[in-house]
Design a protein around this ligand. Structure first.
Ligand SMILES: [Zn+2]
Length: 220
């Protein structure tokens, strides 16, 4: 494993993002590797959230996004979609043990999907069970935005990214959004005009055309 300070977001074209992550064994949690990984994930989530160059918050992060296929996620359990002080919690081997049948639509973006955002249906409320960074069992109820973040991050542990959750036949739900448009997208995501086709997403995922496709699709 590389030193933890070197761990950073891997490119959206990296095929390992499509693969499932491994459970963390109980006796591994206190190890320098796992504790270093957790520390690095928290540092990245905080740094991105407060960068002057990029106003987007990092409200969640999964270990596979920085190239470690371990079942560890971070969720900002205070996130409500606006910029404010974060409350980052670490969840090791997270499991959703209850989810409401009621689903709600919502906007999603991802540090591992380049300039793609979308309108994704998620369970409105879930029960999340996991181990904390000390290996202690935790269980909590999450609703609305934080439930969405947790579902999104746990999907990363199964090699699933949010565009995979948008069913066929809904071309209006997957969008190209340039970084400078993120503020506008917060308001206009339901009717965003710059559509990314499902095929474009599948092409990117399977043969690494993302950077090229982004250049083509978002040229002014
Ligand atoms: Zn993501």
């Amino acid at each position: 494993m590389v030193s933890t300070e070197e761990l950073d977001l891997i490119p959206p074209t990296d095929p390992s993002l499509n693969q499932p992550a491994e459970e963390v064994k109980a006796d591994e949690i206190a190890s320098p590797d796992v504790q270093g990984l957790i520390g690095r994930m928290v540092a990245l989530a905080m740094g991105k959230g407060y960068s002057k160059q990029d106003s987007r918050q990092m409200v969640g992060l999964a270990a596979p996004q920085i190239g470690c296929r371990k079942r560890i996620i971070i969720v900002d359990v205070a996130a409500d979609g606006s910029l404010k002080v974060q409350s980052l919690r670490v969840f090791i081997n997270p499991r959703i043990t209850r989810r409401t049948s009621k689903t709600v639509p919502g906007r999603e973006g991802c540090w591992s999907c380049g300039n793609i955002c979308g309108n994704v249906e998620r369970a409105q409320s879930i029960t999340l069970e996991a181990l904390d960074h000390n290996g202690k069992p935790i269980k909590l109820e999450l609703t609305d935005f934080t439930a969405r973040i947790a579902q999104h991050e746990i999907d990363h542990l199964d090699g699933i990214r949010f565009p995979d959750r948008i069913p066929e036949g809904h071309p209006e739900k997957l969008h190209w959004v340039k970084p400078k448009e993120f503020e506008a997208y917060r308001e206009q995501w339901r009717t965003w005009p710059h559509l990314c086709s499902r095929q474009q997403w599948l092409d990117m995922k399977s043969n690494g055309l993302l950077d090229k496709a982004v250049d083509i699709a978002i040229k002014d």
